[in-house]
Design a protein around this ligand. Structure first.
Ligand SMILES: Cc1cc2nc3c(=O)[nH]c(=O)nc-3n(C[C@H](O)[C@H](O)[C@H](O)COP(=O)(O)O)c2cc1C
Length: 389
């Protein structure tokens, strides 16, 4: 059975040095023009001990934007900024994929070009959801309720796919090892995939798994053409409610259809964000296959041929147990990477984990709460014969 610290072949061209994935995390630290900067290069470079880094969600175009200070990948300045990030990660021996998104209806007019309405699968508003549109003078977030959207017209979809194509081309130029398409957490692709929300009657409507997933698969195909399919991952969050997503009676049917369609396209990985309630409360020692509750992940494993990443509330102990089920290949960690740049070394050596202050997750206070977390210092006995390291 593999351990978290064994290497893993991702696609046919990449070898990950361990099975720990840094999950994508929006941190709102970009410079003006949504340009990645030197601080971000330091942040990602510090975390290059992960087998794979997936960056924060990155906009394909100005109209894909839902939150303030998220990076883009559609201008030359943004490509240059990202190049400094990939260079630093590669210099430190890491592998890095760019997470690419379009937020769809989870947006506010104040961040849209010309103050226009955000566009979604339909005109149904995310009426329970707030988005952060600015920082105040203290660097804290200012929230607004997501604006009423307008449905994307069928004749606009080819242009949307072209926006993604440009983003994938730019990701290549910026030196990324691959891209992850963000089809989770209530954003554009999930708005199309949800059979309750997607009431469209065109070829992208909610009637069948084929039509619900058509937009996503057109974008996956565009990524495959630009990057090669073995450099493409897709993130999904079955049964997630984030973004005012309504319950979807066809979620499993859509998921398994996608697994098959993505296998046929030979994409590198599927990244599941999936957290069962009992697991959050379980002690490491209690966590076992029974605790996984249902067998959705096992079904995905059977239906999908590529690598499988599983993220959501893992500790080092539960991650190892999950790997040992054989259902997944890689485990994603989000929040633990914020305060532990050397997370892999800490897990491997049983060193304690630092806790991040929640209030610093999205602030604009320079290094504070971002790049100022030290690596663990095991002390002199670690170097002594018989020491821990
Ligand atoms: C500060 C923060 C920002 C996040 N931003 C993103 C994002 O940009 N894209 C995404 O797919 N998920 C995002 N997530 C979700 C994480 O990738 C992850 O799925 C979630 O935190 C659960 O994993 P964990 O329990 O290990 O933190 C974010 C989470 C946090 C805490």
């Amino acid at each position: 059975m593999p351990t978290l610290f064994d290497h893993h072949d991702l696609g046919s061209r990449l070898v990950l040095k361990n099975r720990v994935v840094m999950a994508p995390m929006t941190r709102t630290r970009t410079s003006d023009g949504d340009v990645p900067n030197a601080l971000m290069a330091t942040y990602y470079g510090q975390r290059a001990g992960a087998g794979l880094i997936v960056t924060e969600a990155t906009d394909v175009a100005p109209h894909s934007k839902g939150y303030v200070r998220t990076p883009g990948i559609y201008t030359d300045a943004q490509v240059e900024g990202w190049r400094s990030v990939t260079r630093e990660v590669h210099r430190n021996g890491g592998v890095i994929f760019l997470q690419i998104w379009h937020v769809g209806r989870l947006a506010h007019t104040s961040l849209m070009p010309n103050g226009e309405a955000p566009c979604g699968a339909t005109d149904e508003r995310a009426s329970e959801s707030d988005v952060f549109v600015a920082h105040d003078a203290h660097g804290r977030l200012v929230f607004e309720r997501a604006s009423p959207p307008r449905p994307i017209r069928t004749d606009e979809i080819p242009g949307l796919v072209d926006d993604f194509t440009l983003a994938f081309r730019n990701a290549n130029r910026a030196g990324f090892d691959g891209v992850e398409i963000h089809a989770a957490n209530g954003y554009l692709f999930e708005q199309f995939m949800n059979s309750s929300l997607n009431t469209r009657t065109d070829g992208y409507g909610g009637a069948t798994p084929q039509t619900r997933t058509r937009l996503l698969l057109e974008v996956v195909d565009a990524a495959g053409r630009e990057m090669g399919p073995d450099r493409v991952g897709v993130r999904l969050s079955p049964y997630g409610h984030y973004g005012s997503m309504p319950a979807d009676p066809h979620v499993e049917e859509t998921l398994l259809y996608l697994c098959d369609a993505l296998s046929r396209r030979a994409v590198a990985y599927l990244h599941l964000v999936y957290q069962l309630q009992p697991r959050g409360n379980a002690q490491d020692s209690e966590f076992n296959e029974t605790h996984l509750g249902d067998d959705l992940v096992r079904k995905v494993r059977e239906a999908f041929q590529g690598s499988l990443i599983w993220t959501g509330g893992f500790t080092g102990g539960t991650a190892q147990t999950a790997l040992e089920t054989g259902w997944v290949d890689l485990i994603g960690f989000g929040r633990p990477f914020i305060a532990n740049p050397d997370l892999v070394a800490r897990l491997q050596n049983g060193w304690p984990l630092a806790e991040a202050d929640r209030s610093a997750m999205y602030t604009r206070n320079g290094e504070k709460g971002y790049t100022d977390f030290p690596s663990f210092d095991p002390g002199p006995e670690a170097d002594a014969p018989g020491g821990r390291a």
